[in-house]
Design a protein around this ligand. Structure first.
Ligand SMILES: [Ca+2]
Ligand SMILES: [Ca+2]
Ligand SMILES: [Ca+2]
Ligand SMILES: [Ca+2]
Length: 423
Protein backbone atom coordinates (compact mmCIF):
# COMPACT_ATOMS: atom_id res chain seq x y z
CA UNK A 1 0.00 0.00 0.00
CA UNK A 2 2.68 2.44 0.99
CA UNK A 3 4.71 1.66 -2.11
CA UNK A 4 1.61 2.20 -4.27
CA UNK A 5 1.10 5.56 -2.67
CA UNK A 6 4.69 6.43 -3.29
CA UNK A 7 4.61 5.49 -6.92
CA UNK A 8 1.46 7.55 -7.44
CA UNK A 9 3.14 10.59 -6.05
CA UNK A 10 4.50 11.93 -9.27
CA UNK A 11 4.23 15.67 -9.27
CA UNK A 12 2.49 17.31 -12.21
CA UNK A 13 3.71 20.25 -14.21
CA UNK A 14 1.71 22.73 -12.18
CA UNK A 15 4.58 23.10 -9.79
CA UNK A 16 4.26 25.54 -6.93
CA UNK A 17 6.88 27.05 -4.67
CA UNK A 18 6.86 24.20 -2.25
CA UNK A 19 7.48 21.41 -4.69
CA UNK A 20 10.12 23.40 -6.53
CA UNK A 21 11.85 23.89 -3.25
CA UNK A 22 11.53 20.22 -2.43
CA UNK A 23 13.01 19.23 -5.73
CA UNK A 24 15.90 21.55 -5.10
CA UNK A 25 16.39 20.05 -1.68
CA UNK A 26 16.43 16.55 -3.02
CA UNK A 27 19.13 17.41 -5.49
CA UNK A 28 21.21 18.99 -2.82
CA UNK A 29 20.69 16.09 -0.50
CA UNK A 30 22.26 13.41 -2.60
CA UNK A 31 25.21 12.24 -0.62
CA UNK A 32 27.48 9.59 -1.98
CA UNK A 33 29.28 9.09 1.31
CA UNK A 34 26.37 7.85 3.30
CA UNK A 35 24.79 5.65 0.65
CA UNK A 36 28.07 3.95 -0.11
CA UNK A 37 28.59 3.37 3.59
CA UNK A 38 25.19 1.70 3.81
CA UNK A 39 25.90 -0.32 0.72
CA UNK A 40 29.11 -1.69 2.14
CA UNK A 41 27.30 -2.50 5.39
CA UNK A 42 24.84 -4.67 3.47
CA UNK A 43 27.66 -6.30 1.52
CA UNK A 44 29.49 -7.24 4.67
CA UNK A 45 26.27 -8.65 6.11
CA UNK A 46 26.25 -11.51 3.55
CA UNK A 47 26.92 -15.22 4.09
CA UNK A 48 30.68 -14.83 3.95
CA UNK A 49 30.71 -12.78 7.09
CA UNK A 50 33.45 -13.95 9.44
CA UNK A 51 33.15 -14.13 13.20
CA UNK A 52 35.40 -11.10 13.55
CA UNK A 53 33.30 -9.09 11.15
CA UNK A 54 30.18 -10.21 13.00
CA UNK A 55 31.58 -8.95 16.27
CA UNK A 56 32.48 -5.69 14.61
CA UNK A 57 28.95 -5.29 13.20
CA UNK A 58 27.40 -6.16 16.54
CA UNK A 59 29.46 -3.42 18.14
CA UNK A 60 28.35 -1.01 15.43
CA UNK A 61 24.71 -1.98 15.92
CA UNK A 62 24.92 -1.49 19.68
CA UNK A 63 26.52 1.87 19.12
CA UNK A 64 23.80 2.91 16.71
CA UNK A 65 21.00 1.59 18.92
CA UNK A 66 22.45 3.28 21.95
CA UNK A 67 22.65 6.58 20.18
CA UNK A 68 19.17 6.66 18.70
CA UNK A 69 16.88 4.27 20.53
CA UNK A 70 18.38 5.52 23.77
CA UNK A 71 16.27 8.61 23.32
CA UNK A 72 13.48 7.51 20.96
CA UNK A 73 11.71 4.23 20.32
CA UNK A 74 11.69 2.73 16.85
CA UNK A 75 9.45 4.84 14.64
CA UNK A 76 5.79 3.93 14.19
CA UNK A 77 4.17 4.99 10.92
CA UNK A 78 0.70 6.32 10.19
CA UNK A 79 -0.95 7.26 6.92
CA UNK A 80 -1.22 11.01 6.50
CA UNK A 81 -2.58 11.80 3.04
CA UNK A 82 -0.64 11.65 -0.20
CA UNK A 83 2.13 14.21 0.15
CA UNK A 84 2.22 15.61 3.67
CA UNK A 85 4.73 18.43 3.48
CA UNK A 86 4.30 20.31 6.75
CA UNK A 87 3.11 19.17 10.17
CA UNK A 88 1.90 21.21 13.13
CA UNK A 89 0.74 20.04 16.56
CA UNK A 90 -2.10 21.09 18.83
CA UNK A 91 -5.05 19.68 20.72
CA UNK A 92 -7.55 19.97 17.91
CA UNK A 93 -10.48 18.18 19.60
CA UNK A 94 -10.07 19.40 23.19
CA UNK A 95 -9.51 15.97 24.74
CA UNK A 96 -6.12 16.85 26.24
CA UNK A 97 -4.20 14.71 23.73
CA UNK A 98 -1.81 16.26 21.21
CA UNK A 99 -3.03 15.95 17.62
CA UNK A 100 -1.34 16.53 14.26
CA UNK A 101 -2.37 18.58 11.23
CA UNK A 102 -0.69 18.29 7.84
CA UNK A 103 -0.69 20.32 4.65
CA UNK A 104 -1.18 17.74 1.88
CA UNK A 105 -0.47 19.71 -1.25
CA UNK A 106 -0.85 16.99 -3.86
CA UNK A 107 -4.29 15.76 -2.90
CA UNK A 108 -5.82 19.16 -2.09
CA UNK A 109 -6.52 18.48 1.53
CA UNK A 110 -5.58 19.06 5.10
CA UNK A 111 -5.06 15.89 7.07
CA UNK A 112 -5.80 15.63 10.78
CA UNK A 113 -4.52 12.77 12.93
CA UNK A 114 -6.15 12.77 16.35
CA UNK A 115 -3.94 11.51 19.14
CA UNK A 116 -5.16 8.79 21.48
CA UNK A 117 -2.94 10.05 24.26
CA UNK A 118 -0.88 6.87 24.41
CA UNK A 119 1.38 7.76 21.49
CA UNK A 120 -0.91 6.21 18.88
CA UNK A 121 -3.08 8.09 16.39
CA UNK A 122 -6.49 7.56 14.81
CA UNK A 123 -7.34 7.22 11.14
CA UNK A 124 -6.92 10.47 9.21
CA UNK A 125 -9.66 13.08 8.99
CA UNK A 126 -9.43 15.04 5.73
CA UNK A 127 -10.60 18.55 4.92
CA UNK A 128 -10.74 19.84 1.35
CA UNK A 129 -8.27 22.68 0.77
CA UNK A 130 -6.84 23.72 -2.61
CA UNK A 131 -3.11 22.90 -2.73
CA UNK A 132 -2.18 23.72 0.86
CA UNK A 133 1.55 24.30 1.30
CA UNK A 134 1.81 25.58 4.85
CA UNK A 135 -0.35 25.85 7.94
CA UNK A 136 -0.36 27.30 11.43
CA UNK A 137 -2.59 26.56 14.39
CA UNK A 138 -4.24 29.01 16.79
CA UNK A 139 -7.65 30.04 18.11
CA UNK A 140 -8.52 32.77 15.63
CA UNK A 141 -12.12 33.33 16.72
CA UNK A 142 -11.62 32.96 20.46
CA UNK A 143 -14.13 30.15 20.96
CA UNK A 144 -11.63 27.83 22.65
CA UNK A 145 -11.27 25.55 19.62
CA UNK A 146 -8.00 25.66 17.72
CA UNK A 147 -8.30 26.89 14.15
CA UNK A 148 -6.00 26.65 11.13
CA UNK A 149 -4.48 29.40 9.00
CA UNK A 150 -3.49 27.83 5.70
CA UNK A 151 -1.53 29.06 2.71
CA UNK A 152 -3.00 27.63 -0.46
CA UNK A 153 -1.09 27.72 -3.69
CA UNK A 154 -3.55 26.76 -6.36
CA UNK A 155 -1.09 26.85 -9.23
CA UNK A 156 -3.51 29.23 -10.96
CA UNK A 157 -1.32 32.30 -10.68
CA UNK A 158 -2.36 33.46 -7.25
CA UNK A 159 -2.13 32.06 -3.78
CA UNK A 160 -4.57 32.43 -0.93
CA UNK A 161 -4.63 32.57 2.82
CA UNK A 162 -7.54 30.58 4.18
CA UNK A 163 -8.93 30.42 7.70
CA UNK A 164 -10.48 27.10 8.71
CA UNK A 165 -12.35 27.25 12.00
CA UNK A 166 -12.10 24.28 14.31
CA UNK A 167 -15.28 22.64 15.48
CA UNK A 168 -13.62 21.20 18.56
CA UNK A 169 -13.87 17.62 17.31
CA UNK A 170 -10.98 17.50 14.85
CA UNK A 171 -13.12 18.77 11.98
CA UNK A 172 -12.73 22.21 10.40
CA UNK A 173 -14.73 24.41 8.05
CA UNK A 174 -13.65 27.24 5.78
CA UNK A 175 -14.41 30.66 7.26
CA UNK A 176 -12.71 33.07 4.88
CA UNK A 177 -10.12 33.28 2.11
CA UNK A 178 -7.75 36.17 1.36
CA UNK A 179 -5.73 36.75 -1.76
CA UNK A 180 -1.96 36.37 -1.63
CA UNK A 181 0.71 36.64 -4.33
CA UNK A 182 1.50 33.95 -6.84
CA UNK A 183 4.36 32.56 -4.76
CA UNK A 184 2.74 32.40 -1.36
CA UNK A 185 4.35 29.75 0.75
CA UNK A 186 4.40 30.11 4.52
CA UNK A 187 2.22 31.24 7.40
CA UNK A 188 2.47 31.82 11.14
CA UNK A 189 0.12 33.23 13.76
CA UNK A 190 0.65 35.54 16.76
CA UNK A 191 -1.05 38.53 18.35
CA UNK A 192 1.14 41.14 16.71
CA UNK A 193 -0.76 44.24 17.89
CA UNK A 194 -1.54 43.02 21.40
CA UNK A 195 -5.32 43.39 21.21
CA UNK A 196 -5.96 39.84 22.37
CA UNK A 197 -6.92 38.61 18.90
CA UNK A 198 -4.57 36.35 16.97
CA UNK A 199 -3.18 37.80 13.75
CA UNK A 200 -1.63 36.04 10.77
CA UNK A 201 1.66 36.61 8.94
CA UNK A 202 1.86 35.13 5.46
CA UNK A 203 5.04 35.01 3.44
CA UNK A 204 5.36 35.17 -0.30
CA UNK A 205 8.72 34.31 -1.75
CA UNK A 206 8.13 36.59 -4.71
CA UNK A 207 10.20 36.50 -7.84
CA UNK A 208 13.94 36.92 -7.64
CA UNK A 209 14.56 39.08 -4.61
CA UNK A 210 11.10 40.54 -4.09
CA UNK A 211 9.79 38.41 -1.23
CA UNK A 212 7.12 39.97 0.95
CA UNK A 213 5.50 39.33 4.32
CA UNK A 214 1.85 40.26 4.70
CA UNK A 215 0.46 40.93 8.15
CA UNK A 216 -3.27 40.33 8.49
CA UNK A 217 -4.64 41.63 11.79
CA UNK A 218 -7.36 39.43 13.23
CA UNK A 219 -10.82 40.66 14.16
CA UNK A 220 -11.19 37.97 16.82
CA UNK A 221 -14.09 36.48 14.87
CA UNK A 222 -12.08 34.27 12.55
CA UNK A 223 -11.85 36.94 9.88
CA UNK A 224 -8.85 39.11 9.03
CA UNK A 225 -8.37 42.75 8.11
CA UNK A 226 -6.74 44.04 4.95
CA UNK A 227 -3.04 43.16 5.12
CA UNK A 228 -0.02 45.40 5.48
CA UNK A 229 2.78 44.30 3.17
CA UNK A 230 6.50 44.38 4.01
CA UNK A 231 9.31 43.74 1.59
CA UNK A 232 11.91 41.21 2.66
CA UNK A 233 14.33 41.98 -0.14
CA UNK A 234 15.25 38.37 -0.56
CA UNK A 235 13.76 35.10 -1.47
CA UNK A 236 11.73 33.97 1.47
CA UNK A 237 11.42 30.62 3.18
CA UNK A 238 9.82 29.67 6.48
CA UNK A 239 9.23 32.03 9.36
CA UNK A 240 8.60 32.09 13.07
CA UNK A 241 7.03 34.59 15.44
CA UNK A 242 8.32 35.36 18.93
CA UNK A 243 9.40 38.23 21.14
CA UNK A 244 13.00 38.89 20.13
CA UNK A 245 13.60 42.27 21.81
CA UNK A 246 11.84 41.73 25.14
CA UNK A 247 8.96 44.19 24.71
CA UNK A 248 6.37 41.38 24.82
CA UNK A 249 5.23 42.02 21.24
CA UNK A 250 5.92 39.18 18.83
CA UNK A 251 8.54 39.82 16.18
CA UNK A 252 9.25 37.78 13.07
CA UNK A 253 12.24 35.80 11.88
CA UNK A 254 12.13 34.82 8.21
CA UNK A 255 14.59 32.63 6.37
CA UNK A 256 16.18 33.80 3.15
CA UNK A 257 16.66 30.40 1.58
CA UNK A 258 18.85 31.37 -1.31
CA UNK A 259 21.33 33.70 0.34
CA UNK A 260 22.04 31.86 3.56
CA UNK A 261 20.50 34.48 5.78
CA UNK A 262 17.72 35.07 8.25
CA UNK A 263 15.76 38.31 8.23
CA UNK A 264 14.46 39.76 11.51
CA UNK A 265 11.45 42.07 11.61
CA UNK A 266 10.97 43.80 14.95
CA UNK A 267 7.44 44.77 15.93
CA UNK A 268 7.13 48.46 16.87
CA UNK A 269 4.55 47.59 19.52
CA UNK A 270 1.52 48.39 17.42
CA UNK A 271 1.59 45.43 15.06
CA UNK A 272 3.68 47.36 12.56
CA UNK A 273 7.20 46.27 11.72
CA UNK A 274 10.47 48.17 11.54
CA UNK A 275 12.88 47.92 8.63
CA UNK A 276 14.10 44.32 8.50
CA UNK A 277 17.65 43.42 9.52
CA UNK A 278 19.44 40.59 7.73
CA UNK A 279 21.81 38.26 9.59
CA UNK A 280 24.24 35.73 8.20
CA UNK A 281 22.93 32.24 8.96
CA UNK A 282 25.93 30.37 7.62
CA UNK A 283 25.48 30.85 3.88
CA UNK A 284 23.96 28.28 1.54
CA UNK A 285 20.28 27.37 1.64
CA UNK A 286 18.42 28.33 4.81
CA UNK A 287 15.07 26.57 5.02
CA UNK A 288 13.61 26.77 8.53
CA UNK A 289 13.82 28.92 11.64
CA UNK A 290 12.54 28.42 15.18
CA UNK A 291 12.59 30.86 18.10
CA UNK A 292 13.61 29.54 21.52
CA UNK A 293 15.36 30.70 24.70
CA UNK A 294 18.38 28.41 24.55
CA UNK A 295 20.21 29.91 27.55
CA UNK A 296 17.15 30.32 29.78
CA UNK A 297 18.01 34.00 30.21
CA UNK A 298 14.75 35.40 28.88
CA UNK A 299 16.28 36.24 25.52
CA UNK A 300 14.89 34.38 22.55
CA UNK A 301 17.46 32.87 20.21
CA UNK A 302 17.17 31.57 16.64
CA UNK A 303 17.55 27.92 15.63
CA UNK A 304 17.93 27.57 11.90
CA UNK A 305 17.92 24.63 9.52
CA UNK A 306 20.57 25.34 6.93
CA UNK A 307 20.39 22.67 4.27
CA UNK A 308 23.92 23.36 3.10
CA UNK A 309 25.65 23.71 6.46
CA UNK A 310 23.73 22.07 9.28
CA UNK A 311 21.85 23.34 12.31
CA UNK A 312 22.72 26.98 12.89
CA UNK A 313 22.28 28.94 16.11
CA UNK A 314 22.12 32.73 16.31
CA UNK A 315 22.20 33.94 19.91
CA UNK A 316 20.22 37.02 20.87
CA UNK A 317 22.43 39.88 22.04
CA UNK A 318 19.59 41.04 24.26
CA UNK A 319 17.81 43.65 22.19
CA UNK A 320 16.68 41.62 19.23
CA UNK A 321 20.03 41.78 17.47
CA UNK A 322 22.01 38.65 16.78
CA UNK A 323 25.65 37.63 16.68
CA UNK A 324 27.63 35.40 14.40
CA UNK A 325 26.24 32.01 13.37
CA UNK A 326 27.36 28.89 15.22
CA UNK A 327 27.15 25.94 12.85
CA UNK A 328 26.50 22.35 14.01
CA UNK A 329 27.09 19.83 11.26
CA UNK A 330 24.95 16.76 10.55
CA UNK A 331 26.43 13.57 11.94
CA UNK A 332 28.85 11.67 9.75
CA UNK A 333 27.73 8.33 8.30
CA UNK A 334 24.05 7.54 8.64
CA UNK A 335 22.78 11.11 8.87
CA UNK A 336 24.95 13.16 6.61
CA UNK A 337 22.20 15.15 4.92
CA UNK A 338 21.57 18.77 5.80
CA UNK A 339 18.53 19.55 7.96
CA UNK A 340 15.23 20.45 6.31
CA UNK A 341 13.56 21.59 9.52
CA UNK A 342 14.27 21.57 13.26
CA UNK A 343 12.19 21.29 16.43
CA UNK A 344 13.32 22.64 19.79
CA UNK A 345 12.41 20.89 23.06
CA UNK A 346 14.04 19.44 26.16
CA UNK A 347 14.18 15.87 24.93
CA UNK A 348 16.30 14.45 27.75
CA UNK A 349 14.51 16.41 30.48
CA UNK A 350 17.59 18.02 31.98
CA UNK A 351 16.21 21.54 31.87
CA UNK A 352 18.25 22.45 28.80
CA UNK A 353 16.67 22.80 25.37
CA UNK A 354 17.75 20.38 22.65
CA UNK A 355 17.21 20.46 18.89
CA UNK A 356 15.94 17.63 16.65
CA UNK A 357 16.24 18.07 12.89
CA UNK A 358 14.62 16.22 10.01
CA UNK A 359 16.46 15.42 6.79
CA UNK A 360 14.93 14.54 3.44
CA UNK A 361 17.20 11.54 3.03
CA UNK A 362 18.97 9.62 5.76
CA UNK A 363 17.97 9.64 9.40
CA UNK A 364 16.94 12.62 11.45
CA UNK A 365 19.27 13.73 14.21
CA UNK A 366 19.41 15.29 17.62
CA UNK A 367 21.69 17.86 19.22
CA UNK A 368 21.73 17.92 23.00
CA UNK A 369 21.86 21.45 24.37
CA UNK A 370 24.33 22.49 27.02
CA UNK A 371 22.12 25.28 28.32
CA UNK A 372 24.59 27.99 27.36
CA UNK A 373 23.45 28.26 23.75
CA UNK A 374 25.90 25.63 22.52
CA UNK A 375 25.22 22.05 21.49
CA UNK A 376 26.95 18.69 21.32
CA UNK A 377 27.56 16.63 18.21
CA UNK A 378 24.67 15.38 16.10
CA UNK A 379 23.26 11.98 17.11
CA UNK A 380 21.29 9.89 14.61
CA UNK A 381 17.61 9.15 15.24
CA UNK A 382 16.65 6.07 13.26
CA UNK A 383 13.47 6.91 11.37
CA UNK A 384 14.01 4.97 8.11
CA UNK A 385 12.94 7.90 5.96
CA UNK A 386 15.59 6.83 3.45
CA UNK A 387 15.11 8.92 0.34
CA UNK A 388 11.42 9.58 0.85
CA UNK A 389 11.48 13.17 1.98
CA UNK A 390 11.16 14.39 5.54
CA UNK A 391 10.74 18.14 5.15
CA UNK A 392 9.14 19.04 8.45
CA UNK A 393 9.32 18.05 12.11
CA UNK A 394 7.21 18.82 15.15
CA UNK A 395 7.46 17.86 18.79
CA UNK A 396 4.78 17.28 21.39
CA UNK A 397 4.11 14.89 24.25
CA UNK A 398 1.96 12.35 22.44
CA UNK A 399 1.74 9.85 25.31
CA UNK A 400 1.49 12.03 28.42
CA UNK A 401 4.76 10.85 29.98
CA UNK A 402 6.18 14.36 30.24
CA UNK A 403 8.83 13.79 27.57
CA UNK A 404 8.53 15.45 24.16
CA UNK A 405 8.03 13.08 21.22
CA UNK A 406 8.53 13.71 17.50
CA UNK A 407 6.39 13.65 14.35
CA UNK A 408 8.14 13.70 10.98
CA UNK A 409 6.04 13.55 7.81
CA UNK A 410 7.53 11.32 5.16
CA UNK A 411 6.34 13.17 2.17
CA UNK A 412 6.70 10.71 -0.68
CA UNK A 413 5.18 7.82 1.27
CA UNK A 414 2.13 9.76 2.47
CA UNK A 415 2.81 8.87 6.06
CA UNK A 416 4.20 10.25 9.26
CA UNK A 417 6.88 8.76 11.49
CA UNK A 418 6.05 8.98 15.19
CA UNK A 419 9.05 8.69 17.48
CA UNK A 420 8.21 8.27 21.15
CA UNK A 421 10.71 9.53 23.67
CA UNK A 422 12.02 6.84 26.01
CA UNK A 423 13.26 9.32 28.59
CA1 LIG B 1 -6.63 15.96 20.95
CA1 LIG C 1 -11.46 28.76 17.28
CA1 LIG D 1 -4.03 41.03 17.27
CA1 LIG E 1 6.16 11.55 25.46
Amino acid sequence: MREELASNNTRGDGIDMWSRKCKGRKTLHLDAGSSSARHSYRQIGGEAMTRAAGTFLLALAVLATGASAGQFKKAAYYRAGMLPSQVVTGDLNNDGNVDLAFADWLSNQLVILLGNGDGTFQEPITIRAPSPTSLAVGDLDGDGNLDLAVVESGGSGSGALAVYLGEGNGKFHLKATYRLGAHAGVVTVADFNGDGHLDVAAGDEGKGSSGVVRIFLGTGKGTLRKPTTYKVGAWLGLMAAGDLNGDHFPDLAVTGPMDGSVVVFLNDGTGKFLKPVTYNAGGGEVVDVKIADLRNDGKQDLVIANLSQGMVVLLNQGNGTFGKPAIYRPCAGQCSAGPTACAVADFNLNGKLDVACSASIDDSYLFYGKGDGTFGLAIAIADTIKTQGGYSIASGDFNHDGAPDLAIPIENYGKVAILLNTQ
